[in-house]
Design a protein around this ligand. Structure first.
Ligand SMILES: CC(C)(COP(=O)(O)OP(=O)(O)OC[C@H]1O[C@@H](n2cnc3c(N)ncnc32)[C@H](O)[C@@H]1OP(=O)(O)O)[C@@H](O)C(=O)NCCC(=O)NCCS
Length: 201
């Protein structure tokens, strides 16, 4: 039996594992899984970041966290952006420079988050639990919240190389609205990201 519930601080370990799952995400940027886990955990524990425990829903299966959706109203992003970056920098320690470089590229390349959307910062399900509707259930809850907030759409960014993720979002009613790319630089992988949106019913 799967329950979708708000995350709590003690979910940090499980949620950090989920935050580093998506391809092209924090793991690829830092190039080191342990540093990525530390950065993810720091951003989760601080709260009031884009990945904060108080911005996250988890899928709980018999007391085990098997999925995560971190979401925030687009109107809050300008306030949370700096806090998110700083928390991750502290967590990434020796790898922080990669985050700074990529952060600068990302800020220039990725479309701003509109104020009238509910933005999904992170969505992931544990590898062994995929294909059972957990991701869809998390997105359904986010969709209900978006309707309650009166926003125009649910929005997210997905790595252009994440074909299965993109197929999943399309099946869930999302359409691409913008695509951005930046070349590899300073030892960092190239950035290619697709903004997708699903209108609120
Ligand atoms: C994308 C993701 C959240 C979907 O969660 P899920 O619980 O497997 O989703 P559902 O069971 O509701 O839907 C399954 C669909 O997800 C897609 N999918 C993407 N990656 C998948 C994977 N590794 N295994 C199984 N299905 C996957 C498929 O389209 C699948 O459809 P199918 O059953 O017709 O093949 C999950 O696969 C995941 O965590 N992937 C890694 C992280 C990621 O890419 N996140 C999204 C980008 S930010």
């Amino acid at each position: 039996m799967i329950a979708i519930r708000p995350a709590i601080r003690s979910d940090a370990r499980a949620c950090a594992r989920l935050i580093v799952e998506p391809s092209g995400g924090i793991n690829a940027i830092l190039g080191d899984r342990r540093a990525a886990l530390r950065a993810a955990r720091a951003a989760f524990l601080v709260g009031d970041t884009g990945l904060g425990w108080n911005r996250s829903l988890v899928a709980d299966e018999g007391g085990i966290v098997v999925g995560l959706a971190a979401r925030l109203p687009g109107s809050e992003w300008s306030r949370l952006r700096v806090r998110t970056g700083l928390a991750m920098l502290v967590g990434a320690r020796g790898r922080a420079h990669r985050l700074v470089w990529r952060g600068a590229v990302y800020d220039r390349a990725v479309p701003t988050i509109p104020a009238d959307v509910l933005y999904v910062m992170s969505l992931a399900v544990l590898p062994g639990r995929r294909g059972r509707g957990i991701g869809a259930a998390l997105l359904a809850r986010v969709g209900e919240e978006a309707a309650g907030l009166g926003v125009r759409a649910v929005a997210l960014d997905v790595d252009a190389g994440n074909g299965r993720g993109i197929a999943f979002y399309r099946r869930e009613g999302f359409e691409p609205v913008a695509e951005v790319a930046a070349p590899a630089s300073r030892g960092l992988p190239p950035l290619a990201s697709i903004r997708m949106e699903r209108p609120v019913a």
